[in-house]
Design a binder for this molecule. Structure first.
Ligand code: ZN
Ligand code: ZN
Ligand code: FE
Length: 757
């Protein structure tokens, strides 16, 4: 009896191009003895497979079950077609038109196979800093335009040697169609520059010797240059802080491997998974007490940690180990303060000049800058503080689209913008603070690059309401339908967009600064979204911010305003503030001059970090609140808030909390004690107001967003509090809760056609 032969046409959608998917299908087809073909097209990957029914079924099952590490399979659909009797299974060349709609993959960290070869003295790529394969290597950072083919990347100048070409052309090889494929014979090479002059020798061995001796160097990475030094060398770290003009801001650390990180930090399984993922972000993990990481992240319980994610980094750590050095390196963006990360030798020389003792650079140009991504694990999932390398340009899937697409310009701090194409939202890499002129150039350049990569010509332009934002001004100048969006409505909608929420919900936006529809500085807003409208239902009582944003780094200013508003005299707390300064600001408050009203939760946290005795002046954003959070040790006590009403809104008065905290401080209570009571109190207030609003509106779905929700303690307290009250709670996972995620909410506002009630 001859067995029936069937043929299925299979469509696979997701991230399936440039990640070794066709070789995976080819090998599967061989394993199941099937004939047919596979090709890339606009949909993703299309396959026709022919053979015995149970073999075809096993093949289809294994498509997603055994997918390559870097691939993401969103769907596998199949339907029967007439058998064609092919003799073999072929990989068809993809059509040019079809490729235009395909997605460029994000950069991928060194894979285990390439790592094994890298450390194998017998391998032809032994310690070669540019080894890669279809499962790993540069992608987004080297792409100039689509389709993602070598001639359109910065690998174009390198001609593959016969050995590399053979790998590239062999469907069974891990390097089949790996566009950046290279080896020491034909590929990019490193150079070493010391004191402005090229130095002969192994660049990584030279760098390792200098790092071990306490020198600071600039090292070219995937999306830009790092400034590196030995993390435990206090003199080196102090010099690096002087170079970057960052007295306290935490620096990211790179450890040789997970085991090394575990000796200095407590790494949970979820954090380990994030560290070892193909995106290889910087993950905030708890420092172990008594280790010498204090200089890298002073005053904080956590430190930002990453693992060597390029072969260059892995080879550097091998050289460091040879030099007898086993500690972590500080690896911070090669820039001055908030400027864009340097991506070329010329930029490093111009911006960091003689500050870096040496420069390790290479000839594979960086086309798209991308900083390291940063995040933390909360509720068992990795969440972003900064979304860039390893994630961009992966899209956020949307539940709806707007014909023509949307450009959402983002906000001015921690800028990231967003382009939509169909039901996909593409967020740019982290651009940074747009008040820096160099970042404005980076912004415009990246808008142009991303439009080109996506062949996008957006017909709708969404931007922040703020009258003075650079991003808003850029948006207003563009052609298209203009949609101004309130900052905190956008924060909340970034959550709704991510989670595809339909139906009414209430948003809690706890944030630093956002322009309100009444011209005030908003920052702790409870917004009700129903049908196509939003309205504010509750907020913190406005308090004056003497000097506005200009004084935001002086944490004693909002503290003084809140203490006076609570009816207290500023006695016994302001000893660290020069008396004359204090008197000037007091007079400003009394006269109400240059004292814009704010409901900012960020400034409330600033004030309490001052009242707790943690910090008087901050040298980086959120320093006081981060240090206050670091002191949180739990406990059940909490400070109270008073909720009244006014103008149809619930107005939350922090005066009782301020009075209690001042009393605790003056009676000698510890900062940790005050931190616990404040965090507990703020969370209890949020849950209490949420319950009231739920009773009024019948809405039981809550979205948490805004920069203050990067405070893990607060996020977890509010989330569990709301869940215990029987509510569904959503928060940001695919984009940052801070201003780096605002663009997604702006786009969703335009797509759904929201307006203020
Ligand atoms: Zn690899
Ligand atoms: Zn080669
Ligand atoms: Fe914000």
């Amino acid at each position: 009896m001859t067995q029936a032969i069937i043929r299925e046409r299979i469509t696979v959608k997701g991230v399936v191009q440039g990640v070794g998917f066709r070789p995976h299908i080819y090998k599967l087809a061989a394993a199941y003895s099937l004939s047919g073909w596979v090709k890339n097209d606009a949909a993703g990957v299309t396959i026709e497979a022919e053979g015995a029914p149970e073999r075809v079924a096993g093949f289809i099952r294994d498509i997603s079950l055994k997918k390559p590490a870097a691939a993401r399979v969103d769907s596998v659909a199949h339907s029967a077609v007439r058998p064609a009797g092919d003799a073999s299974f072929l990989i068809s060349k993809s059509g040019g038109r079809a490729q235009a709609a395909a997605i460029i993959p994000a950069d991928l960290a060194l894979c285990p196979d390439c790592r094994r070869e890298l450390y194998d003295p017998g391998d032809r790529r032994y310690l070669y800093p540019f080894t890669n394969c279809t499962n790993c290597g540069p992608r987004f950072t080297i792409v100039k335009r689509v389709p993602y083919d070598r001639p359109f990347t910065t690998m174009a100048p390198f001609r593959m040697c016969p050995a590399c070409r053979a790998e590239y052309g062999n469907p069974l090889d891990r390097r089949f169609h790996a566009q950046p494929n290279a080896c020491p014979v034909c590929g990019p090479a490193l150079s070493f520059e010391g004191n402005g002059r090229p130095v002969k020798g192994s660049p990584l061995a030279l760098a390792a010797a200098r790092l071990a001796a306490g020198r600071i160097g600039a090292i070219q990475s995937l999306g830009g240059f790092h400034l590196a030094c030995a993390a435990q060398d206090l003199k080196a770290v102090a010099r690096l802080r002087a170079i970057k003009d960052r007295p306290h801001k935490p620096f990211a650390l790179m450890f040789a491997d997970l085991a090394a990180a575990g000796r200095y930090c407590v790494v949970t399984p979820e954090e380990a998974a994030a560290l070892e993922s193909a995106a290889a972000p910087v993950v905030m993990v708890k420092k172990r007490p008594g280790t010498a990481l204090e200089a890298a992240a002073p005053g904080l319980a956590s430190a930002g940690v990453m693992l060597p994610y390029t072969p260059l980094h892995a080879a550097l750590f091998a050289e460091l180990s040879r030099a007898g050095f086993s500690g972590p390196l500080i690896m911070t963006s090669g820039n001055f303060r908030d400027e864009p990360i340097a991506r070329s030798l010329a930029e490093v020389r111009a911006r960091l000049g003689g500050l870096a003792g040496f420069i390790v650079h290479h000839d594979r140009a960086i086309h798209n800058r991308a900083d390291d991504s940063v995040g933390f694990v909360s509720g068992g999932v990795f969440r972003f503080a900064r979304r860039a390398r390893g994630y961009v340009p992966a899209a956020v899937k949307l539940a709806a689209d707007l014909p023509g697409g949307v450009l959402a310009c983002g906000a001015d701090l921690k800028n990231s913008f967003c382009l939509t194409r169909g039901k996909e939202a593409f967020l740019s890499q982290h651009i940074g603070d747009l008040s820096e002129a160099a970042n404005q150039e980076f912004y415009l350049e990246t808008v142009a690059n991303l439009k080109k990569l996506l062949s996008a010509a957006p017909r709708t332009i969404a931007f922040d309401l703020h009258p003075d934002y650079v991003s808003s001004a850029a948006g207003r100048r563009l052609k298209g339908r203009k949609v101004p969006v309130q900052h905190h409505a956008a924060h909340v909608l970034s959550v709704a967009a991510e989670h595809g929420l339909d139906g009414p919900f209430i948003g809690l936006a706890f944030d630093g600064t956002g322009y309100g529809t009444d011209g005030r500085i908003w920052g702790s807003e409870f917004l009700v979204f129903e049908k196509k409208t939003w309205r504010r239902a509750a907020r913190l009582k406005y308090f004056p911010l003497p000097g506005g944003d200009a004084g935001a780094h002086e944490l004693w200013r909002p503290a003084l305003a809140l203490i006076k508003a609570a009816g207290l005299r500023p006695d016994g707390l302001f000893g660290a503030v020069p008396a004359a300064r204090l008197a000037v600001i007091e007079r400003m408050l009394e006269a109400g001059v240059n004292c814009p009203g704010t409901s900012s939760m960020g400034r409330l946290f600033d004030a309490f970090s001052f009242i707790a005795g943690v910090r008087c002046e901050a040298t980086y954003e959120a320093q006081g609140p981060m240090e206050l959070e670091s002191l949180y040790k739990g406990g059940t006590g909490s400070y109270g808030f008073y909720a009244g009403t006014g103008g149809g809104e619930i107005i939350i008065d922090p005066a009782p909390a301020v009075r209690a905290a001042v009393k605790d401080r003056l009676s000698g209570r510890s900062a940790g004690f005050i931190s616990a009571r404040f965090h507990n109190g703020a969370a209890a207030m949020a849950v209490d107001i949420a319950r009231r609003l739920a009773r009024e509106t019948g809405i039981k779905t809550f979205c948490l967003s805004g920069g203050v929700f990067q405070n893990r303690v607060l996020l977890e307290l509010v989330t569990t509090g709301l869940e215990r009250s029987g509510f569904s709670v959503f928060s940001n996972i695919q984009v940052p809760a801070n201003d780096g995620g605002v663009a997604l909410g702006q786009a969703w506002y335009a797509i759904k056609g929201y307006r203020q009630a």
